[in-house]
Design a protein around this ligand. Structure first.
Ligand code: SF4
Length: 382
C-alpha cells in the first residue's frame, strides 16, 4: 500500500512539473510575439473589495479547513494593503480609525462630551486605579461598556459579583483607551501598534499585574498579541473568573430569577452562544457551560454549532461599524439557530454578540420572546 501511495505521489509530482513547464513555454511564446499577459491584482481583481471587507475574522475557515490553510491572515494582509495604499477605505472605518487615534474608542466619541456616561460606574462604588493604586486586579471594560447600555449592564453585574466575592479591584474609567483590536482586524497595523504601546505605557506606569476583561476581543489581544510588544500580565476573562469563584465557594448561584418571562414552574431553556474570540481563539467553552448547567430552574440546551465549531454573530472584523446600513445575514442565521432550540434565554459573554442579537430579535419583533443576557447578568439576577 505504501509503495502504491509513493508511486501515485511521484506521478502526480511529475504531472505538475510538466504543466508548470508548459506554462513557462506559453509565457515565453507570449514574450516572443510581444503579446502582453494581463496581470491581475490580488486586491480588487482576484478578490473584490466587498469580499475583503466582509470577513468577520471569526476563524471558522481556519478551524474547518482540512488542509489547515490559513485563510484569515491572507484576508488581513489584503486589508493591510488597502490601508497602506490609503485607497478604498470605507468611510465608516475611517471614522473608527479617527476615533481610536484621537478619542481612544472606535465610536469616535470624546469622553468629555458625555460626562453622564460613567454615572453608572460611580453608583457601583468601584474605585479607579488612581484612587486605589494598590488594587490587585484591573477590571478592563472595553469600549462597548464605556458607551453602550447593553454592555454597561454586564459590567455592572460583573462588578457586583466580584465585589461580593471580595476581590480587590479597580478600573481605569475615563482613562481607559481602546485595546486596538478593531484596528488590527481591519488592517490598520500602524494604528494598532501605536495603541498597544500607549496602553503598555499606561499599565506599566500604574503597576498593573492582573487584568480581568469583559470583552473577548480585549482578552485575546492582551493575552496573545500584546506580549509581542513587551506587554505581559496575568489575564482572565470575567467568565472564567466567575466560574472559578463559584467553584471555590466565593460566589453562590442565585436560587430565584426575577426575569418576568421566567415565571414558569417548568425548567426554563437557556442557550449559550460561544463568542468566536473566546471559543475558537482561546478554547474557553467549558466554564460558561459549567456555570449555566448548574443554575437551578434552568435547562441548558445546545445549538448544533457550538464550542470551537460555533457560528459567528457577524459583528467581528470591523463589521460592527462598517455594515450598519446593510442586512447582517450571519446574525439572522445564528438567531434562527438559537430560536429553534426553544430557549427563552440566550446567554453570551461578548458585548458585540450581545448587542447584535438584541438588534436582530428587535428587528424580528421577538425581543420579548427571548431575553439576551451576558453571563454575569445571568448569575447576578436574584
Ligand atoms: S468570515 Fe470567518 S469563515 Fe469567513 S473568511 Fe472570515 S474568518 Fe473565514
Amino acid at each position: 500500500g505504501r509503495q502504491i501511495w509513493q508511486a501515485k505521489t511521484q506521478q502526480a509530482a511529475s504531472a505538475a512539473a510538466v504543466s508548470e513547464a508548459d506554462q513557462f513555454k506559453t509565457t515565453n511564446a507570449e514574450r516572443g510575439t510581444g503579446h502582453k499577459t494581463q496581470l491581475k491584482k490580488v486586491v480588487g481583481d482576484l478578490f473584490s473589495l466587498d469580499f475583503i471587507w466582509s470577513c468577520t475574522t471569526c476563524g471558522a475557515c481556519n478551524e474547518f479547513c482540512p488542509l489547515e490553510i490559513d485563510h484569515l491572515s491572507k484576508i488581513i494582509g489584503m486589508r493591510r494593503n488597502i490601508i497602506s495604499e490609503n485607497n478604498n477605505i470605507p468611510e465608516e472605518l475611517q471614522q473608527v480609525f479617527h476615533g481610536i487615534e484621537n478619542c481612544g474608542n472606535p465610536f469616535a466619541l470624546r469622553r468629555a462630551d458625555y460626562p453622564d456616561n460613567l454615572r453608572w460606574l460611580s453608583e457601583t462604588g468601584c474605585a479607579t486605579f488612581k484612587e486605589k493604586p494598590t488594587a490587585e486586579y484591573l477590571l478592563f471594560f472595553g469600549c462597548q461598556a464605556l458607551f453602550e447600555q447593553t454592555a454597561q449592564q454586564a459590567a455592572k453585574a460583573t462588578i457586583k459579583l466580584l465585589q461580593t466575592a471580595g476581590l480587590d479591584l479597580a478600573v481605569l474609567a475615563e482613562a481607559e483607551w481602546c485595546c486596538g483590536d478593531p484596528a488590527r482586524r481591519t488592517g490598520n497595523e500602524l494604528l494598532y501598534q501605536k495603541t498597544v504601546l500607549r496602553n503598555i505605557a499606561q499599565f506599566t506606569k500604574l503597576g498593573v499585574k492582573k487584568i480581568i476583561t469583559l470583552c473577548p476581543h480585549c482578552f485575546n489581544t492582551f493575552k496573545n498579541e500584546y506580549p509581542q510588544f513587551g506587554g505581559a500580565w496575568e489575564l482572565v476573562t470575567h467568565t472564567a473568573l466567575i466560574a472559578e469563584l463559584i467553584a471555590k465557594g466565593k460566589l453562590t448561584l442565585p436560587q430565584d430569577h426575577k426575569l418576568p418571562s421566567l415565571s414558569s414552574a417548568d425548567k426554563v431553556k437557556i442557550a449559550y452562544h460561544d463568542p468566536c474570540y473566546l471559543a475558537r481563539y482561546n478554547s474557553l467553552t467549558t466554564e460558561p457551560r459549567k456555570i449555566l448547567a448548574s443554575l437551578p430552574g434552568f435547562e441548558l440546551v445546545e445549538m448544533p454549532r457550538n464550542r470551537e465549531k460555533s457560528f459567528c454573530c457577524g459583528a467581528g472584523g470591523g463589521r460592527y461599524w462598517t455594515r450598519l446600513q446593510q442586512p447582517n445575514p450571519i446574525i439572522k442565521n445564528r438567531t434562527e439557530q438559537a430560536l429553534t432550540t426553544g430557549a427563552s434565554v440566550l446567554v453570551t459573554a461578548c458585548p458585540y454578540c450581545h448587542r447584535v442579537f438584541q438588534e436582530e430579535l428587535a428587528r424580528r419583533g421577538q425581543e420579548h420572546q427571548v431575553s439576551v443576557l451576558d453571563i454575569a447578568e445571568m448569575i447576578s439576577l436574584d
